[in-house]
Design a protein around this ligand. Sequence first.
Ligand SMILES: O=C(O)c1cc(=O)[nH]c(=O)n1[C@@H]1O[C@H](COP(=O)(O)O)[C@@H](O)[C@H]1O
Length: 280
Amino acid sequence: MSTVTPFGTRLREAMDTRGPLCVGIDPHAALLAQWGLADDIAGLERFSRTVVEALADSVAVFKPQAAFFERFGSRGVAVLERTVADARAAGTLVVMDAKRGDIGSTMAAYASAFLDPASPLFSDALTVSPYLGYGSLKPAVDLARESGAGLFVLALTSNPEGAEVQRAVREDGRTIGATMLAHLAAENAGAEPMGSFGAVVGATLGDLSSFDLDINGPLLAPGIGAQGATAADLPAVFGKAVRNVVPNVSRGVLKHGPDTAALRASAAAFAEEIRAAVSA
Ligand SMILES: O=C(O)c1cc(=O)[nH]c(=O)n1[C@@H]1O[C@H](COP(=O)(O)O)[C@@H](O)[C@H]1O
């Protein structure tokens, strides 16, 4: 058993003290250009450092999107390592958005890359894809438990194409998405104040009352801002589970850079809209 405080406990505390907003660190080429930065390592480094410096003391969670760093090769990955380390050193939780998923033996290697505290890319939590079968994620679940880290499992994604897989109905009458939520509820059973095994559930999906979102764990909700959802939509989408929602905004905040005051103002405005919606 890990002596580290579990991710679910650390996340709940961060949500309670800072509010639940997660800001995505997604250095799109178009955003680098908009910020007046070159589409190169120096631009990537400046972008990431600016976001962390502007927001590390105010938001609960950062979610760096690994692909935007990997496209620069090993030097981009080095920037990702520094971004994760700087954010964690500043006291902000980091959810690595790498959406990993593979057969069990290979999944163990992905897990050690992001969930072993000895790894340079060690993060507080990792996004994972369960579409090789939920059981294939076991090495990541086991290592997360051991290291006090968490997972966010893609259950009902924000993109319209996700429905063809996630809303498909199994022989037992349940959808695939509902099945993933049930696996997570089992994983989190008994955890207080909540478990470390979250689901990704898009804020764009409209009424989800046909799904049991009560998984005793966090619900990472991307889709606010650039994908068209708003903070005001959250109660209608998530119902009572809204208390466990961690809304993610990436481009909606990032488009206000490189001015740090404008980045802070945008994140604060989203945080306030979320607070008002959730407490209404
Ligand atoms: O796992 C994710 O983070 C994710 C899942 C999902 O269903 N939809 C989704 O948009 N995301 C990620 O959330 C971020 C959304 O970015 P914006 O649309 O710019 O706010 C991107 O990094 C996406 O990869």
